[in-house]
Design a protein around this ligand. Structure first.
Ligand SMILES: [Fe+2]
Ligand SMILES: [Fe+2]
Length: 482
């Protein structure tokens, strides 16, 4: 057995469950214990609004390979939000950048302090934001199974906030503690103090949006965590590694949620031999496509501009790597490599068109990550199209072009169709309702959102899941309402 500084199993006798030996650092423990009531206060005022007695939830108890979580009915405000870092690899070395091959850092190097703090704050800000965005969904849950999954995602995003706050408190002194307070003060959609990133200020008003959000926007989180997991700052790496484990469930909720909506739509289309299922209690495929277009395009924005010197510097410094850095077959320094990135090109007449341009690989790292993400998103579309195909329906879903509906990066300045054809602003105004959810679409989707809170029952616009949670049947009492 290699020596381990930290225990794999959490200490649940403490106020804050943790596997970081929190009791050995009284100052840090006291600081976090004084942040804890603020967190609970935030959960009570900005968290789920549907009153419940208890929910069948997974709680992390261990970071080891098997048996890392336990399931049971828990009153949500009493959920044990804890601090868990994946086990330390004592021989771990920096995998990329100018420090490649050196031992990883147990502490924050002074010269990278500001950058690391910024990266942690930006990641941390997204976690409570999504809880805020989803707070009213419980009232319209299509089943107790779905309600439970919503709350599972919510409590785990709360835990991810804890994960980032731990790093801020433990490694960034007074400034870190101030940032931890700010994470509770900013609110999704707030006019005075909004969340940092655009997609996290959009509302999640219905369950189609929720499933698209957990598919597309939580998946952005997966890719960001994947790059931070590579960090030379070892506590950040270990934190993100464990968060990724929880994130897998959020992806599953999104993927299978859309599966089940598509499945139900196909069934109703066949039953009534029509494409127009709008009046029949199902969600028409064109509406599903519009929601997909919206959530995918705002999620693409989360990856930032096509080129970024900041991100190049993060990489060179070893703060933030690439997705699956160790599987890349290059020198992991990229100082002499190049990459083609999306760009607007200008012809001799000053006419702009959608194209690409070559930049240094370091500067194009946002593009590299966005492409990994896009390839992953294709997987969902493929799966949903298989459901359409097996249902004998000829329509297909697809991802819109990378230039469609962008507010960040090279294409923010232009308008483009989902097929990637550049169009004038007036044409965009006229046609955007063909591609993005209109008020009519949203009103229709919302009209379907009638709660089904009876055990074993499900709303008519979505098919039941293939499997329950943790081996329980679909009709299990996943949630006891208050
Ligand atoms: Fe998260
Ligand atoms: Fe998530």
């Amino acid at each position: 057995m290699p020596a381990r500084n930290d225990r794999a199993t959490a200490d649940y006798t403490e106020k804050i469950p943790n596997n970081v030996n929190l009791h050995e650092d009284r100052r840090l423990q006291r600081a976090l214990e004084s942040w804890q009531p603020n967190f609970i206060q935030w959960w009570q005022t900005m968290g789920p609004t549907l009153p419940t007695q208890d929910v069948y939830l997974r709680t992390a108890v261990n970071v080891g390979r098997d048996g890392w979580a336990q399931f049971g009915h828990v009153a949500m405000p009493e959920y044990r939000w804890g601090i868990f870092l994946a086990e330390r690899d004592p021989g771990r070395t920096v995998g990329f950048g100018e420090h490649k091959g050196e031992p990883v850092w147990a502490k924050v190097p002074g010269e990278y302090r500001a950058e690391l703090q910024r990266l942690i704050v930006i990641q941390g800000d997204t976690e409570p934001a999504s809880v805020e965005q989803q707070r009213n969904l419980g009232a319209t849950a299509p089943s107790l199974y779905d309600l439970r999954n919503l709350f599972q995602v919510n409590v785990e995003e709360g835990r991810h906030l804890w994960a980032m706050v731990y790093l801020l408190h433990a490694y960034f002194g007074r400034e870190g503690r101030e940032e931890a307070e700010e994470l509770l003060h900013r609110n999704s959609g707030s006019l005075d103090s909004p969340r940092i990133l655009g997609a996290f200020n959009e509302e999640t008003p219905d369950w189609l949006s929720f499933f698209m959000f957990t598919y597309f926007t939580d998946r952005d989180g997966k890719y960001q965590l994947g790059t931070l997991k590579e960090s030379a700052f070892d506590p950040l790496s270990r934190t993100c590694e464990f968060m990724l484990k929880e994130e897998a469930h959020h992806m599953m909720v999104g993927t299978t949620g859309v599966d089940r909506i598509v499945q139900r739509t196909v069934e109703v289309m066949r039953e009534h031999d029509t494409d127009d299922v709008g009046g029949l209690g199902a969600i028409p495929l064109p509406v599903i496509q519009k929601y997909l277009n919206f959530h995918y395009s705002v999620s693409l924005d989360l990856f930032g501009g096509e080129t970024s010197t900041n991100v190049a510097n993060y990489y060179t410094a070893g703060l933030k790597g690439r997705w699956l850095e160790d599987r890349r077959k290059d020198d992991h320094k990229l100082t002499s490599d190049a990459i083609m990135v999306d760009a607007l090109s200008e012809d001799a007449n000053g006419e702009l068109s959608i194209g690409q341009t070559e930049v240094s690989a370091l500067v194009g790292l946002n593009t590299d990550l966005r492409r990994e993400y896009i390839a992953d998103c294709q997987g969902g579309v493929k799966r949903w199209n298989r459901i359409l195909e097996e249902g004998g329906v000829r329509q297909r879903l697809k991802l819109p072009h990378v230039a469609f509906n962008r507010k960040v990066g090279a294409f923010a300045a232009i308008e483009a169709t989902p097929d990637g054809e550049k169009i004038p602003a007036q044409e965009w105004e006229r046609r955007q309702g063909d591609w993005l959810p209109t008020d009519v679409d949203k009103t229709y989707v919302r009209s379907l959102m009638q709660p089904v809170h009876q055990r074993g029952k499900i709303a008519a616009w979505i098919a039941p899941p293939r499997n329950g949670i943790n081996g329980q049947p679909f009709d299990y009492d996943y949630v006891h309402l208050a």
